[in-house]
Design a protein around this ligand. Sequence first.
Ligand SMILES: Cc1ncc(COP(=O)(O)O)c(C=O)c1O
Length: 405
Amino acid sequence: MTFSALSHLECSRDGSRHDADVVQGTSPLGAPLLARYDLAQVAGTVTREEIAARPPTLWRYHELLPVRSEQHVVSLGEGMTPLLDLPRHGARLGVPRLRMKDEGLVPTGAFKARGAAVGVSRAAELGVRGIAMPTNGNAGAAWAAYAARAGLDALIAMPVDAPEITRRECVVTGAELYLVDGLIGDAGALVKRAVAGRTGYQDTSTLREPYRIEGKKTMGYEIAEQLGWRCPDVILYPTGGGVGIIAIHKALLELRELGWISGDLPRLVAVQAAGCAPIVEAFEAGLDESTAPADPRTVAFGITVPKALGDFLVLDAVRSTGGIAVAVTDDELLAAQRQLARDEGTWICPEGAACVAAVGQLREQGWLGGGEDVVVLNTGAGLLYPDTVPVDVPTLAKDGVIPAR
Ligand SMILES: Cc1ncc(COP(=O)(O)O)c(C=O)c1O
């Protein structure tokens, strides 16, 4: 068995085949390219038990990842994050079987490390000299870290409003960083022009290179494996560019084709913030593509993506699984962040908190049943967003008095 069963790339619009062993961007139609594997070969040579016995990183699924040679794996120990029970908070929301896949515990503090580990490894394997990308912060920080680990250059452009810590993450790992007075799309246009003038650089913008999605799909593999190769009833995902939800859908389809899971897939829920909810609007209008909102704005900065290249794939993931797309307000998600921390001791990012708030909303509407197995994705650590929690506590003089209780 070879290290990877990667066979080819497939255009997500017309299904045409493309060479996986050269550096690729989007398909000739401008659509994302999806990696395809020889799944029959994988099913014939690896078992779920063998996978379970491997080290606890996402590379345990290496046959289903695109890196051909083990020596090209660039790792900081990413993957196999905990799937935490949330009994107290679940009971509060009327969903006692609520769990959270906690991606705050990966290197760089956000799930973006998964896409970066696989994307950078494959870029290095294919001979790329530098990666270049626009980002809402976390992805740039992750790709900068893995590029440093791989010995590649990293050119990152992010909106000035992106979480401040992510700038520092880029700087400390030696990336070439630019702040842009605009949104992620503006940063993307700048990067595109820069890459055109540099040899050996690859534009690794969201869904404009094929392998970030492959790293992120391991969230789907892990959820199934951690539940004993079984699916939950519902998975909620904070959707910006949509890579994660597209990837989880892809992962579950692959597992089913491998025969490692059976039955219906979980209903996939795309959660957005009310201040930037193009996917929700398209879903509700019965459309296959989204339209950018006029003034996108939310405290959940990672999901401030006005127009996602893969919007049609997100909508397909949601609709084909019987899922839904929902928006929550910033007040609701910040309240959920605070209440979850009080109930369970875990401080999650505002994007993850949007999913927790959405659970409450969907339970109230009756869309979620009280006996269902529900998994929310927390895509990053609350520590990356210190400003989401105001601190209003007394400062005491040295001889002050702490009230008796
Ligand atoms: C913390 C966090 N959650 C979610 C997202 C959205 O990611 P996706 O592109 O997978 O929709 C981002 C993207 O920047 C993010 O930083």
